[in-house]
Design a protein around this ligand. Sequence first.
Ligand code: BT5
Length: 322
Amino acid sequence: MDRIRDVLLYLRDKNDYVSGDYMSGAIGISRTAVWKYIKHLERLGYRIDKLKGKGYRLAEAPDRLYPWEIERYSTTAKVLGKKIIYKDSLDSTNAFAFKLALSGEPEGTCIIAETQKSGKGRLGRKWFSPAGRNLYMSVLLRPHIPPSAVYPITFLSSLAVYDTVNALVHVEPTLKWPNDVLIAGKKVSGTLLELSTEVDMVRFVIVGIGLNINMKEDETDEEIRQKATSLLMEARKSFERTAVCGILLDNLERYYRIFREKGPDEICSIWEDRANIKGKYLEITQMGESYRGISEGIDRDGAMLLAADGTVQKIIAGDVSF
Ligand code: BT5
């Protein structure tokens, strides 16, 4: 794939016809090899014009989340996304990443799929994953923390999505406890954490992010039509998914660095400020039980503190309605 990157680089750099001879000399491969890479690029969906005596010109790149395309936009991340594994289709990027993590895959590897056949939400729920429209990505982390400090990783993921969305769309997103990013009250992204732990140490965490980018309203599942949105639906234009993903990886790495250097507390307090949750009246449903009260903010382990009838309850998981 390094050669593919090189050939693409020269095609893009020139933005005009580049001769096979020139590329062969510059990259240090034969002209036949250049031709083979051009053919490979065409199979991957790139449209390349060919002109006798002039060479090759990149006419159009496909709308695919190829790792080498994402890398063009991820400029500051050094660890997260250093290796990106791209698949057309998976059952779930989280499930795939989990298996890789068990076999020793290092921190930072990302799995991206164009579609998921059984995309997962929390508590056995489904994540609707139409092909070629959105982002379905799982990032493998190996933080040196006890299991009790894992929860805020959901917040760091939501914060990274928040900043990404905020930079692209003119409507300010909102954060909803514990794992949602909303635009105008509708869900644009969710994070699913899955982990493997020993009694007092985390082995690895899989951060699964679903972010709706170019999904149109009539392409959504009936079940989520009223409550889901996408960047396209809000901005009324489509986005380059590779760029969105690159920006997200940079933001993820920035918040992960804060998490490691300043600790989960810092992430909790950034999230709490950004979510503007304190003092709001909430109802949280958890396993069929409902809790109502005024939010006193987030506990240091990520749980919601809810005040009602003179006592403060600590809610570990659930779904919030305002
Ligand atoms: C989540 O669960 O929000 C976590 C979603 C994580 C998805 C990513 S995609 C990459 C990685 N691989 C996976 O298999 N999963 C992760 P939860 O809070 O339980 O929300 C699930 C609910 O959101 C569903 O029950 C629907 O109501 C709604 N929903 C499903 N698909 C949606 C979508 N594409 N956009 C917005 N809402 C959706």
